[in-house]
Design a protein around this ligand. Structure first.
Ligand SMILES: *Cc1c(COP(=O)(O)O)cnc(C)c1O
Length: 421
């Protein structure tokens, strides 16, 4: 069940008509469902009932403050990958004790901010980062709680650009170097070892790579404990896939994922941390866009819409598929037409889909691109001086604009022309 459905022939988010949002806020616009975000978080949480877990929502999937605040109230922590995301999570009211800090390039100022806040742990991704963190912690007179993100050399993830757990990826400490890294960390006065972390990729639609990574890390945890390290936390990362469209293959259910993880970790006596992003937010959001022109090409028809790759980059970046529907349900007699759906940006890559069958459409029709709640608005930019796309959160009969569309004047105000000639 999802909360984006036709009601009396018009697509709604919960009880709010998307036609109303399109006309009142304008398009393009992202719309999120509070009920869907809530349900996804609770389904994930319920999969681990009875176990000591921290669900540290991956902020980079959808970092809007309203989304973070909602998830925080439901009990979520946060997985952040920058000082900016740390500030967002704290501003949204997520307690520092539930925040973990991942990412390969943390800078000393970001480490300092996280230590000042008192976060749960740093997921350290290299030995140089460990040394830098130690220096910062010592200078502040504190100890930084750490896990190493280890790279289990497992192939997983829906696309080359979102696979992170292979030896050739930039992420994590190499499997063969992990025990030495822990040994070094144990000698440092500013470091407190608390756990082990792994994150192997995104949009994973099969339990096997997760199981393989968990079994490998379980063995590592035993060896680390035998070497005298105190390993209390096992951070299993995120990565569980979601269905993109009604006919897409269904990834494992959170309950199936939970059962597998519980079985595979039962003997370890660890607190588990998860970092789900896409699974929580992906199908909780849509992007609305208006058809600007229907263009007849030499040998194909184009729907030129007012959203573009700067608003939703996933198709251009990962060849991602988004289900697209008109927000007004087509009449049964409407002809089906093959369209390329494209944006107005001056790049051939600004294409949402090619040669897909749709009901015949006209200028002014509004379309909905589904499954756009994760890695959508967060990756938006202002290419072609297109103002950042706004975001709306729906709650039952209500909606609120939770990020404004900036004006072009506001964009231009951040730039200046030096007075040189
Ligand atoms: C991106 C990321 C996640 C979230 O991945 P999803 O596929 O959205 O669940 C979790 N942890 C880390 C370290 C990440 O980089």
């Amino acid at each position: 069940m999802r909360h984006f459905e036709y009601i009396d022939g018009v697509m709604h988010a919960e009880n709010v008509s998307l036609a109303r949002i399109a006309s009142e806020v304008g398009t393009p616009v992202y719309v999120y469902s509070r009920a869907t975000l809530t349900r996804h978080f609770n389904v994930f949480k319920d999969a681990f009932k009875g176990r000591d877990v921290l669900i540290a929502y991956s902020v980079k999937a959808n970092s809007n403050l309203a989304v973070l605040s909602l998830l925080g109230k439901l009990g979520a922590g946060a997985d952040v990958v920058s000082g900016g995301e740390l500030a967002r999570a704290l501003t949204a009211g997520i307690p520092a004790s539930k925040i973990v800090f991942s990412g390969v390039g943390k800078k000393p100022a970001e480490m300092r901010a996280a230590l000042t806040a008192g976060i749960r742990m740093f997921n350290v991704e290299s030995e140089p980062e460990l040394e830098a963190l130690n220096d910062v912690a010592v200078s502040m007179g504190v100890r930084a709680p750490i896990s190493f993100r280890v790279n289990p050399d497992v192939t997983a993830g829906g696309h080359e650009k979102i696979s992170t757990g292979k030896a050739e990826n930039k992420f994590g400490v190499a499997w063969s170097a992990a025990e030495d890294a822990y040994a070094r960390a144990a000698t440092l006065p500013g470091i407190n070892i608390v756990g082990v972390d792994v994150h192997i990729g995104s949009q994973i639609d099969d339990l096997a790579p997760f199981k393989m990574a968990i079994d490998k890390v379980a063995g590592l945890i035993k060896r680390l404990r035998a070497a005298g390290h105190s390993i209390k936390i096992f951070d299993i990362g995120g990565g569980l896939g979601i269905p993109y469209g009604a006919n897409a293959p269904a990834p494992p259910l959170p309950s199936e994922y939970g059962q597998m993880v519980k079985n595979a970790t039962a003997h370890l006596g660890v607190q588990m941390v998860f970092e789900p992003g896409r699974m929580i937010a992906g199908n909780a959001g849509v992007l609305l866009s208006t058809v600007t022109y229907v263009k007849r090409g030499e040998n194909r028809d184009f729907l030129i819409v007012d959203a573009a790759m700067n608003d939703l980059i996933r198709p251009a970046l990962y060849d991602a598929y988004h289900e697209i529907e008109p927000i007004v349900a087509p009449k049964p007699e409407t002809a089906q037409v093959l369209y390329d759906v494209v944006g107005p940006v001056c790049e051939s890559g600004d294409t949402f889909t090619k040669q897909r069958e749709f009901p015949q459409m006209n200028t002014g029709d509004v379309i909905v691109m589904h499954s756009a709640g994760a890695y959508g608005a967060v990756q938006a930019g202002q290419y072609n001086t297109r103002p950042l796309v706004p975001e709306v959160l729906v709650n039952g009969d209500l909606y609120a604009v939770v990020r404004d569309r900036p004006t072009v004047e506001e964009i231009l105000k951040t730039e200046s022309i030096p007075d040189w000639d």
